[in-house]
Design a protein around this ligand. Sequence first.
Ligand code: NDP
Length: 234
Amino acid sequence: MTKLKGQVAIITGASSGIGRATAYALASEGCHLVLTARREERLKEVKEKGEAMGSKVVYYVGDVCQEKTAIQTVSLAIETFGRIDILVNNAGIGKLIPLVESTSDDYYEIMDTNVFSSFIFSKYAAIEMLKKRQGKIIFVSSVTGHVGHEDETIYTMTKFAQRGLSQAIDKELRSQGIKTCVVCPSATKTEFEVGYGRTKESVEAAHWETADDVAQGILYACKAENTVWEIRMR
Ligand code: NDP
């Protein structure tokens, strides 16, 4: 029996890339899963594979920029399993845009997807975790949360913000049994990296981390007894 067997994990952005790989990594440890993203067909595939691995899997289809998605996903977890042990705040987007070409719409879209979602899912999950005085909240930030990058002004802000959010929650809730960890991957071979001159093939050929590599880091954070407050991948 593994340490995580029977635990319940919510994963945002579970329809592809790092979120999907994390779903499989947690399923392989016997976790039950509550998935969310917008693409239902993708979520169905992850659910089927997770169930084939022996986990119970449910999902909520929604936009993480909406508070309702956090409320409904957390409710689904409680109605189905009666508890939440792990939240992985993974959903995210990025855009390569020079500062002077960035619009307010770009700002709100990237901020809401990456930061508001992390805040609002953490809030509603923490309300449930505090009832049992235990839980882990994992944030998928980035090495861009440490070092700003050109043409990624807004994305850089979001990834710094997620590290701050993780630290603040750790200070506030650790004494009440809630531990946080912020995982900072470097370039990873996912759909996120396709576009802006990069093809699926060129991303696949790059000497980067894979989604499975990052998922192993997240798994480590979930299993660690004591707080591993940050995992910086390179
Ligand atoms: P993917 O594009 O493969 O996955 C992104 C996930 O986020 C998808 O499941 C997508 O689901 C979900 N998502 C995006 N926008 C929304 C939204 N508005 N509502 C609900 N779900 C949404 O990328 P990655 O797996 O690479 O990215 C995961 C995280 O890793 C992000 O936070 C990213 O910043 C971070 N990261 C990625 C790196 C990389 O090089 N790939 C490097 C460092 C960090 P759907 O479209 O179905 O809604």
